[in-house]
Design a protein. Structure first.
Length: 386
């Protein structure tokens, strides 16, 4: 019985350090409800097995024995993570708590074979450099993901890709995670960003289109096939307009780069994201036509957020990707449309709408968090010790 308690206490403390690097030993003991002496003994075991390190905590002026703060061990477990965007890829080794200990980022031109080969080679390099410290791998991509398959990435024109092939040590049932970049960014924001401690949170990510996730009790709601969060394909757009997904009336058709180009009476952009960035930059500089287009899109974003809040009942909405800039530029339009679209009882006060804090690192850190969720179990810790 005591051996089982000791194991579960080790897992609980390791998770606490992962969620809150620098947490004190006294805080952890209180959080999981164990005596301070038992906490000290358990932390000692975690230090001995290279899971956690201790540092003197900052003095509080209180009486009693000094406590320590807990951090990732410098020789502890790592996860290898890749994040592919429409124009870059990044590969990193990430330690407990979400800190990158090594990272490589490169631009790309959406050539599928070259990008996948480069990411595979860099993940292999991480594996060779850190050896058995690497306990899992994860990949974030800008498209619909089911299991380990990238079903479709419209911004890249990629489809039907087995992402597990990127990890040289993949085994069926092994510790490998693949996911949509927007959903994974939402996971990261809920744990270490604007939504930390917020309870139920809707995360909305604007890039080539709109994606995101609903976070509840610290976990993303995945749905029946693991593809929940495709908010851009809700029918909040122009009913007659066909989306690249095949449906009509998708919200994406009112907010993406093509929508901006129509508002500006310009040709269809070859690269939605780069085009949207240029329009946002012009709007920030006060260019009237760009500002008008961004404000129109902002109104659509606000109306859609109201629909999500009415339907999903979150405590908080966080907007990331290009949406963070849009919130700043078109704040009045987003807010007005959001408030106008809310059910009356939700409007006093409405759930706040905040910009994301983690920026471009969100998908990568969310992928790392999901990989660590597979490792920070009694079985995972025992495998590390063994």
């Amino acid at each position: 019985m005591r051996g089982g308690l000791r194991t579960s206490a080790q897992t609980a403390i390791t998770r606490a350090v992962h969620d809150h690097p620098g947490v004190t030993r006294a805080e952890v003991a209180a959080q999981i409800g164990i005596p301070s002496g038992f906490a000290a003994e358990t932390v000692g075991r975690l230090v001995a097995t290279r899971l956690v390190s201790e540092r003197p905590a900052l003095a509080t002026g209180r009486r009693g024995r000094p406590t320590t703060s807990l951090h990732a061990h410098p020789d502890g477990p790592l996860v290898a993570v890749a994040a592919i965007t429409h124009d870059t890829w990044q590969v990193a080794a990430v330690e407990l708590g979400g800190t990158k200990v090594a990272a490589t980022q490169r631009p790309h031109h959406r050539n599928q074979a070259r990008v996948l080969d480069a990411v595979t080679a860099e993940l292999g390099q991480v594996s060779r450099r850190f050896g058995t410290r690497v306990r899992a791998a994860a990949v974030a991509v800008p498209g619909t993901v089911a299991g380990s398959e990238l079903v479709h990435a419209p911004g890249l024109a990629w489809h039907s890709i087995d992402l597990s092939a990127l990890w040289p040590h993949y085994e069926p049932g092994g510790e490998f995670v693949a996911g949509n970049d927007a959903s994974l960014a939402g996971v990261a924001e809920s744990r270490h960003g604007a939504g930390a401690g917020a309870g139920a949170m809707v995360y909305l990510h604007l890039d080539a289109g709109l994606g995101g996730t609903l976070i509840e009790a610290g976990r993303a709601v995945r749905g029946a096939t693991g593809t929940a969060g495709e908010f851009g394909h809700m029918p909040f757009g122009e009913p007659a307009r066909r989306c690249r997904c095949g449906a009509r009336g998708c919200w994406n058709t009112s907010v993406d780069g093509r929508a901006l180009a129509r508002l500006l009476h310009q040709r269809v952009p070859a690269d939605d994201v780069s085009y949207s960035r240029r329009v946002l930059a012009s709007a920030r500089a006060g260019q009237p036509r760009a500002l008008s287009a961004i404000r129109t899109v902002g109104s659509s974003i606000g109306r859609g957020i109201a629909g999500l809040v009415n339907g999903l009942d979150p405590h908080l909405v966080v907007v990331g990707g290009l949406g963070s800039d849009l919130l700043h530029i078109a704040a009045d339009e987003v807010t007005a449309a959001y408030h106008d679209g809310l059910m009356a009882f939700r409007a006093t006060p409405p759930p706040p709408v905040l910009p994301a804090r983690l920026g471009t690192d969100g998908p990568l850190l969310g992928a790392a968090a999901e990989a660590f969720a597979r490792l920070l179990t009694d079985e995972g810790l025992q495998a590390w010790v063994s």
